[in-house]
Ligand binder design. Structure first.
Ligand SMILES: [Zn+2]
Ligand SMILES: [Zn+2]
Length: 197
């Protein structure tokens, strides 16, 4: 999501993304996957990686941006991102169906309209699918977790020395929030809005 910040005192304007993706190089430096206006997948391909390989090797770093109430700068918190595990995710999603059937059958059993067998069978299926999806997820993230071990944290990008946790406002909340100090003129007159795209 893109946000734009504007100072009502001096008219200075800038735009911020609340979320950034980076590729970690072998030497630990981070390359933005959004520069040059190309898509993340293309940037990744150009660097010689697929999403799967980048995730497995713990190379994908996600940055989330905050605005600082003290200095008006952007603080970015960075962390490694693990594989999403789409197979596991879709299985747990599919498990919702037998789970709902099970609940429905259980209600019928409580009202003495049905025997307990249907409820037990449905809930059993749902549990089995959930267990499978957890194992799948564990398998899908194993290489990622092994590669993550021993890696130093990617390091946040700090806006100023004074910043404290309560001074950092997530961009999604900054739109409702107080005015931030302007880095150009110093007036506390910067407001944030969602950028029209
Ligand atoms: Zn200003
Ligand atoms: Zn700051």
């Amino acid at each position: 999501m893109r946000y734009s910040a504007r100072c009502s005192a001096c008219g200075n304007e800038f735009s911020i993304n609340d979320d950034h993706a980076y590729l970690r190089r072998d030497d630990g430096t981070l390359v933005s996957l959004e520069e040059h206006g190309q898509g993340q997948a293309d940037a990744l391909k150009e660097a010689g990686f697929t999403w799967k390989r980048a995730y497995d090797e713990a190379r994908v770093v996600r940055g989330r941006c905050y605005l600082c109430k003290q200095c008006g700068g952007v603080h970015e918190e960075r962390d490694y991102e693990g594989p999403l595990g789409c197979l596991a995710g879709s299985l747990i999603f599919l498990a919702l169906l037998p789970f709902q059937c099970g609940l429905w059958a259980y209600l019928g059993y409580l009202q003495k309209m049905r025997t307990w067998h249907v409820a037990a069978a449905c809930c059993g299926t749902a549990l089995l699918m959930a267990a499978c999806s957890f194992m799948l997820r564990w398998g899908e993230t194993r290489r990622y977790r092994r590669n993550l071990r021993g890696l130093p944290p990617p390091g946040d990008q700090n806006c100023c020395e004074a910043r404290a946790l309560e001074d950092l406002i997530p961009l999604t909340h900054a739109t409702e929030g107080p005015a931030f100090p302007c880095r150009t003129c110093g007036a506390r007159a910067v407001t944030v809005s969602k950028a029209q795209s």
